[in-house]
Design a protein around this ligand. Structure first.
Ligand code: UDP
Ligand code: MG
Length: 327
């Protein structure tokens, strides 16, 4: 049997690794971030590299610090977005701007240990198109966060067309062809974890222990996480829409049985007037169910509406660095 050659394994001298770093109010931690990341990329001597940093409308000195680093190191490119578009949009901006043969999104807060890149590259060279970084434990999360995440993954994977792997975030290595596939997905509302999973390809996993945030604070509060979870479910499943037909059918069947019972009871025992409590309960119950159904419809219609406007996912105010500094 012969082996079909994999284009991965045909080395050319200038294979490039692209690191994508979305930054939102990370000014305090960026020096430490570059101090830790750059030696690792330098150690991978046989590769060229670029670090694409996206300033996602920060209010602090993030842009200033990024530009300072871009002046020092021509491998650093900075994209300044015109306002805060959110992490998913910032990642998309980064993905669109990369030219690397492998692309690695990395958080700027050092929660994703850059040391893992070496192992990821090794697995990539061994033929994986996607190398996922899986968190070994969730010790840095509190109990409620852990439980909610667990339930989210369960629900999502149960009702969605493609499962997203557990405990895997945006930190991963993707081959160029995976990135090209992701660029072809036209949707504006982007749940990146889902899109990454949807495109498929050969995957392998490396494990890591997430560290706690080195500086600043997480910008994902409960409300933003809820919005992200809704986005994930509505982007990849229509089950919440279909479920109302079954709910309606069940309620109608129960109502029929109950109606028959009332008729028989009336015929056998005569007319029984009191029924205020059961009547009110039934009206409120059905009203509630209908409102929930309309609410879910609304979620999807809102999404159709915002997709149909075809607004860009992000707007770049200016690009700095990458050797041709206009900062
Ligand atoms: N981030 C961003 N735009 C936002 C929110 C966050 O670019 O609107 C970046 C942030 O700078 C960080 C990464 O996304 O590099 C992860 O954010 P964070 O640490 O707040 O999230 P968590 O680790 O708590 O999930
Ligand atoms: Mg973080």
């Amino acid at each position: 049997m012969f082996k079909i050659p994999n284009s991965h394994l045909t080395h050319s001298p200038s294979r490039c690794l692209s690191i994508i770093v979305p930054c939102f109010n990370e000014g305090d931690g960026l020096d430490a971030f570059f101090n830790r990341l750059e030696p690792i990329l330098l150690k991978l001597q046989e590769y060229d590299y670029e670090i694409v940093c996206i300033d996602d409308g920060s209010h602090d000195n993030t842009l200033e610090v990024l530009c300072r680093h871009a002046t020092r190191n021509p491998h650093i490119v900075v994209l300044e977005l015109s306002r805060n578009f959110g992490k998913e949009a910032a990642l998309t901006a980064g993905i669109d701007a990369t030219r690397g043969d492998a692309v690695i999104p990395l958080d700027a807060d050092l929660q994703h240990p850059p040391e893992l890149i070496v192992e990821m590259v090794k697995q990539w060279e061994n033929g994986s198109d996607v190398v996922l970084a899986r968190r070994k434990s969730r010790e840095t999360d509190h109990l409620v966060q852990r439980l909610v995440t667990q339930w989210f993954y369960r629900l999502h994977n149960w009702i969605s067309e493609c499962a997203i792997p557990r405990d895997v975030g945006d930190f991963r290595l993707m081959d160029k062809r995976v990135v090209e596939a992701i660029k072809r997905l036209p949707e504006r509302r982007r749940f990146m974890k889902g899109l990454f999973a949807w495109v498929g390809f050969r995957q392998s996993v490396v494990e890591f222990v997430a560290e706690s945030r080195k500086s600043g604070k997480s910008s994902f509060n409960a409300r933003r996480l809820w919005v992200l979870a809704l986005e994930g479910i509505t982007s990849f499943s229509t089950v919440p829409l279909a479920v109302w037909a079954y709910a309606g059918f069940t309620v109608a069947a129960l109502a029929l049985v109950y109606g028959c019972w009332i008729i028989i009871k009336t015929l056998v025992f005569g007319i029984d007037v009191p029924g205020y409590a059961s009547l009110l309960t039934a009206v409120l119950f059905l009203g509630g169910i209908q409102l929930m159904g309309i609410g879910v419809l609304g979620e999807y219609i809102g999404r159709i509406y915002s997709e149909s406007k075809q607004r860009p996912v992000y707007i770049i105010r200016q690009r700095y660095g990458g050797g041709n500094l206009d900062a």
